[in-house]
Design a binder for this molecule. Structure first.
Ligand code: KIV
Length: 271
């Protein structure tokens, strides 16, 4: 049983202090039903822009809108009280300028009550991260496989597979930490570079398809529950087949309705 005994919501400084002490556990949530279940289990909940693909069935994360991020993050914050909540800033909401990023991140924080934001950030975004952090916005920097770069990458591919490519990711990570990012999310990168970045940086690294050496791990909850459309990436471990449980229960309900076995008199009022 992996439920925590925390009585208050985890803060960003508490997450940072976990580096080198204990592993950080994170999962995604987009809705109150999943968020409520994972709140006592994880250290932080990521309201990922994977919402676009997992919850809305779209082909990439690029179509995620700021209003959708705000609505889903608000739902997650409102029904949780223990996990730190981090909102993933959608494509186009922070890349134009530091001022645009501040305006949109401030809206997300003030309208949802979340604790921090995550930005997909190569070193070109380090100036924006510095601008945000200096103005009170905690930033997790996502490097390596950045799904918002799907068109420039030509698909979702593991990154840092050559020494030159690995050096670029290490440079992105270093620039973002120097700019004030409180954590690095390393997605889909060669194991060795994830391990090296974890050793080199003073802030916690959170891996997804990265390395067991990372300071913490995150997965998309639907992936580990067996609720995502196939194929799932190699880095996913499926811990349950909740899809099969849902199918069985719904089939049983459908049969009972068709056979007039549901509802029974005990499910009716005024009898
Ligand atoms: O959007 C998301 O869910 C993410 C995770 C895959 C890390 O960024």
């Amino acid at each position: 049983m992996s439920t925590l005994t925390r009585s208050k919501r985890m803060t960003v400084p508490q997450l940072v202090a976990m580096k080198g002490q204990e592993k950080i556990v994170s999962l995604t949530a987009y809705t109150s039903s999943i968020a409520r279940l994972i709140d006592p289990i994880v250290d932080f909940i990521l309201v990922g822009d994977s919402t676009a693909m997992v919850a809305y069935g779209r082909t990439s994360t690029l179509s995620m809108q700021l209003e959708e991020t705000i609505a889903h993050t608000r739902a997650v914050v409102d029904c949780t009280k223990l996990a730190c909540v981090i909102a993933d800033m959608p494509f186009g909401s922070y890349q134009e300028s530091s001022e645009q990023a501040f305006r949109n991140c401030a809206q997300v924080l003030s309208r949802t009550g979340c604790d921090a934001v995550k930005l997909e950030a190569n070193k070109a975004l380090a100036g924006t991260i510095e601008f945000l952090v200096q103005r009170g916005i905690p930033v997790m920097a996502h490097v390596g496989l950045m799904p918002q770069f799907v068109n420039t990458m030509g698909g979702f591919k593991a990154q840092g597979m050559t020494p030159e490519a690995a050096a670029i990711i290490a440079e992105d990570a270093r620039a973002n930490v120097e700019a004030g990012a409180f954590s690095l999310l390393l997605e889909g990168v060669a194991e060795g570079i994830a391990r090296q970045i974890t050793l080199d940086s003073k802030v916690p690294t959170i891996g997804i398809g990265a390395s067991p050496a990372c300071d913490g791990q995150v997965l998309v909850t639907e992936d580990l529950l067996g609720l995502s459309a196939d194929p799932v990436p190699r880095f996913v471990k499926r811990y349950a087949d909740v899809g099969a449980i849902i199918r069985d229960a719904c089939n049983q309900y459908a049969e009972e309705v068709r056979d007039s076995r549901f509802p029974e008199i005990r499910h009716c009022y005024g009898v």
